[in-house]
Design a protein. Structure first.
Length: 316
C-alpha cells in the first residue's frame, strides 16, 4: 500500500465519519416505543388549540424530552415556544460534526408533526389517535433514535423536531385560523435570521393508520418528494408510498411559502371513504406500531441522506 493510497483511504474514512448512511445500518425507530408515546399523548384527552389541553400536551412532550436518555447530555435542547397562546414544542439536536466555517450557525432540517387535536362539537372528548398522537409518537421515537444513531454516524447539520400547536382550524382554514403554530414558527425563523439555514422540512401527519398508504401531498417540493420515494423503496416500503397529486393545506405549507423545500407524509384515507377522520372512530385501536415505524423510518432515512450529502439534491 503506497502512502498515496493510505491518504486516499483516510480521506474516505473522514468523509464517512461526517455522515455516511451505512446501507446496512440505516437509522430506524422503535415502533413499540413510538406507540407508547402516542398512547401517552392520546391519554391526555382533547388537546385543542387555546385550551388547557394543548398547554398540557406541550408540557407533556417537553417532559418526555427532558427524561429521554442522552438527549440533554449530548447537547440537545427542548423548549416550548409561543407567541401568546401558541404552544409549539421544539427539540433541537445539534450536529455531531462541527462545521467550523458555520460555527453555531449551522444548517438544519425541521421534522414536524402537530400535537393539537380538532375541536369537534359532536365528539367533545375527541382525542385524535391518528390525527395528532401518531405524529407525536413518531417524532419522539425519532428523537430517541437520533440521539443514539448520531454517536456512530455523526451528522454535519442540526435537526429540529417541532411539535406544532394549532394545526387544526377552530372553525375553518383562513389566514388566521389553522396552521397557527407552523406559521408562527416560520415567522420566528425569519425574524431570527435563521430562515436561510433551514434547508428542508419533513412533515408527518396521520401516519399511524393500520391500513397505511402514504400519498405525499401534491404541493410537496418535487426534489424532496423524489428523495422520500427513493428512501421508501430502499427501506422496502415502496408499496406503502405514492408521490400523490393532491395539494394539501398542512403544516408544511408555511415553509413552502417561505421558500423552504418541504414534503408532507400523510395518509388521507383513514378508514373506508376516510370515515374515521375527525370522528369518534379515530381511536388507538385504528393505529399500529408498524405503520408509525414505516413512516418514521422513511422520514428519518430521508433526513440523514439529505444532511450527509450536504443537501446536494436540494441546492439553495
Ligand atoms: Zn385533523
Amino acid at each position: 500500500m503506497t502512502c498515496r493510497f493510505l491518504f486516499a483511504a483516510c480521506a474516505v474514512l473522514l468523509v464517512c465519519a461526517a455522515g455516511c448512511q451505512d446501507a446496512a445500518d440505516p437509522p430506524a425507530i422503535d415502533g413499540e416505543l413510538a406507540m407508547r408515546y402516542a398512547q401517552g399523548n392520546y391519554d391526555l384527552g382533547p388537546r385543542i388549540y387555546r385550551t388547557e389541553g394543548a398547554a398540557k400536551s406541550a408540557e407533556w412532550i417537553e417532559k418526555q424530552a427532558i427524561e429521554m436518555p442522552g438527549l440533554l447530555e449530548s447537547g440537545g435542547r427542548v423548549r416550548i415556544i409561543g407567541p401568546g397562546a401558541v404552544k409549539n414544542v421544539e427539540i433541537v439536536i445539534p450536529p455531531t460534526v462541527r462545521n467550523t466555517a458555520q460555527g453555531d450557525d449551522c444548517d438544519f432540517i425541521v421534522v414536524g408533526a402537530h400535537h393539537d387535536t380538532k375541536r369537534l362539537f359532536s365528539v367533545p372528548d375527541f382525542a385524535g389517535a391518528n390525527d395528532g398522537a401518531s405524529g407525536v409518537g413518531a417524532l419522539l421515537a425519532m428523537v430517541r433514535t437520533c440521539v443514539e444513531y448520531m454517536q456512530k454516524r455523526p451528522l454535519p447539520c442540526g435537526i429540529r423536531f417541532v411539535f406544532f400547536d394549532g394545526e387544526e382550524a377552530l372553525y375553518q382554514y383562513t389566514e388566521t385560523d389553522g396552521l397557527v403554530g407552523s406559521r408562527a414558527y416560520v415567522d420566528m425563523l425569519a425574524k431570527n435570521g435563521e430562515k436561510d439555514r433551514c434547508r428542508a422540512m419533513v412533515l408527518l401527519d396521520m401516519i399511524g393508520d393500520r391500513d397505511l398508504h402514504i400519498d405525499l401531498a401534491g404541493n410537496s417540493t418535487p426534489a424532496l418528494a423524489k428523495l422520500v420515494m427513493a428512501e421508501a423503496e430502499a427501506a422496502g416500503h415502496a408499496d406503502k408510498f405514492s408521490p400523490g397529486d393532491t395539494a394539501i393545506l398542512d403544516d408544511h405549507y408555511p415553509f413552502l411559502q417561505a421558500g423552504i423545500p418541504a414534503v408532507d407524509l400523510i395518509d388521507f384515507q383513514f378508514g373506508p371513504q376516510n370515515c374515521y377522520w375527525h370522528t369518534g372512530a379515530d381511536t388507538m385501536d385504528k393505529i399500529s406500531a408498524e405503520s408509525i415505524k414505516c413512516a418514521a423510518d422513511v422520514a428519518l432515512r430521508t433526513v440523514w441522506r439529505l444532511a450527509a450529502s450536504g443537501f446536494k439534491d436540494l441546492p439553495k
